[in-house]
Write a protein that binds this ligand. Structure first.
Ligand SMILES: CC(=O)N[C@H]1[C@@H](OP(=O)(O)OP(=O)(O)OC[C@H]2O[C@@H](n3ccc(=O)[nH]c3=O)[C@H](O)[C@@H]2O)O[C@H](CO)[C@@H](O)[C@@H]1O
Ligand SMILES: C=C(OP(=O)(O)O)C(=O)O
Length: 430
């Protein structure tokens, strides 16, 4: 199993090109199931999760092509890919494929809308919490679907003639359930209103893609989405938005090590809450035409309290990285994780660097220390893993991060991007 070796202490200086967002690319790929015409996606990141979803899409009969770089296009830009679901050959998404990645469950929406039936394995349990699918089933039933759970599969059938528009009020905000019901509703008969919808920029990226494919959606970017069902969707070309979690991660890395980083292509408006928190720590943030500049020169890190919450508030996907930063702050920081009940797996690993963190239910209290010391640590999930890399970049001496396959799910060329900016970091194979 590959590991990462780091020697901490170097400031980060230079430029990092932000990749396309994993959490937008995945549902955009799934949206291609809604039409028999090709959907072209630009700026798709090269990630293990994208590869895994490709396998799932191919199993449904989707033809996938990866195109070369355009003339004059910089090296390192995301892939341009075509997804062509001319015929859906199989409406089953099997356990072997779905259990590896939660987002693959979302195929249930388009399959049900277009083919009127779907058999999708329940997604696997994940290290960050139980992650039920009740909100998906609630929404799909409201659209008229009949749902059974059979041998670990959700078996869904649309009524004769297809799904029927409905007024759905989600009792809780869910990104995945919003993506799924939004996609399903585009081909339903009549109007669907989704209240308490997720407002994450990735949902907006998908909604705009659906509009480009001929869907009728209003309220994009708000808590209430209204969808007028149409008979058919068509092909389109859509760009994946830059990854706000990758942006926030590198911003926190620079805040922790000190230095001066330009995050090229970053969209600060997608992470205002996190940048506000970061500014509170004493990190200098400037929006520039090319992206976001992050600087911390010599001054200490101030402690700040944070609660995670759905967009536009502080994202749970940056909680672990921010906690790493707070381990070296002046003073005490309180972090409350309100989205996932078990997203503190990095706490025990950060303690190996000498961090002082106490957890009581949702609340983590971090007492900052002037220095951390490198250690052998184990990655437990995607964002937890990168929090260990951030800690290692600032710690004295050598750090080895084990089980880094989690990192490859969501961070494109992480070692290369960091080492180009002065970090001493390498991948150890085997
Ligand atoms: C691929 C992707 O985009 N993943 C993101 C997505 O995950 P995902 O879409 O799985 O997260 P949700 O927004 O659905 O989860 C939010 C909360 O709702 C709960 N819930 C969800 C569905 C359901 O049917 N019942 C239920 O109770 C979850 O357990 C969790 O407590 O949003 C999360 C919250 O921003 C991010 O951390 C993930 O990175
Ligand atoms: C939790 C995440 O992903 P997933 O929902 O695919 O597990 C994440 O991207 O941090």
């Amino acid at each position: 199993m590959d590991r990462i070796r780091l020697v901490g202490g170097n400031e980060l200086r230079g430029e990092i090109v932000i990749s396309g967002a994993k959490n937008a690319a995945l549902p955009l790929m799934i949206a291609s199931l809604l039409t028999d015409e090709p959907l072209v996606l630009e700026n798709v990141p090269r990630l293990a999760d994208v590869k895994q979803l490709e396998r799932i899409m191919e199993n449904h009969g989707v033809d996938i092509a990866v195109h070369g770089r355009r003339r004059g296009e910089a090296e390192g830009v995301g892939q341009r890919m075509t997804f062509h679901a001319a015929d859906i050959v199989d409406t089953t998404a099997p356990y072997e494929l779905v259990s590896k990645m939660r987002a693959s469950f979302w195929v249930i929406g388009p399959l049900l809308a277009r083919e009127h039936n779907a058999r999708v394995s329940l997604p696997g349990g994940c290290a960050i919490g139980t992650r039920p699918v009740d909100l998906f089933l609630f929404g799909l039933k409201a659209l008229g679907a009949e749902i059974d759970i059979d041998e670990g599969y959700v078996v869904a059938k649309a009524p004769e003639g297809g799904l029927i528009g409905a007024h759905i009020v989600f009792p809780k905000v869910s990104v995945g359930a919003t993506h799924t019901i939004l996609m399903a509703a585009t081909l339903a008969r009549g109007t669907t209103i989704i209240e308490n919808a997720a407002q994450e920029p990735e949902v907006t990226n998908v909604a705009e893609c659906l509009v480009a494919m001929g869907a009728k959606i209003s309220g994009i970017g708000t808590r209430t989405l209204t969808i007028e069902g149409v008979e058919k969707l068509h092909g389109a070309t859509v760009e994946v938005i830059p990854d706000r979690i990758e942006t926030g991660t590198f911003a926190m890395a620079a805040a922790m090590t000190g230095g001066d980083l330009l995050l090229r292509g970053a969209k600060p408006q997608h992470l205002q809450a996190a940048l506000g928190v970061l500014a509170g720590t004493g990190t200098e943030l400037t929006e520039e035409p090319g992206g976001l500049r992050v600087r911390r020169n010599g001054n200490g890190i101030r402690s700040v309290d944070v609660d995670t919450a759905p967009f536009p508030d502080f994202p749970t996907d940056l909680q672990a990285q921010f906690m790493a930063l707070m381990t070296m702050a002046d003073g005490v920081s309180n972090i409350r994780e309100t989205i996932f009940e078990n997203r503190y797996m990095h706490v025990a690993e950060l303690a190996r660097f000498g961090a002082d963190i106490r957890v009581d239910g949702q609340l983590a209290t971090i007492t900052g220390k002037p220095a951390l010391k490198g250690a052998q640590v184990m990655a437990t999930d995607l964002r937890a893993s990168v929090s260990l890399v951030i800690a290692g970049l600032a710690a004295q001496g050598e750090t080895i991060v084990n089980r880094i396959y989690h990192l490859d799910r969501g961070f494109e060329r992480l070692e290369e991007k960091l080492s180009r900016c002065g970090a001493e970091i390498e991948r150890l194979a085997g």
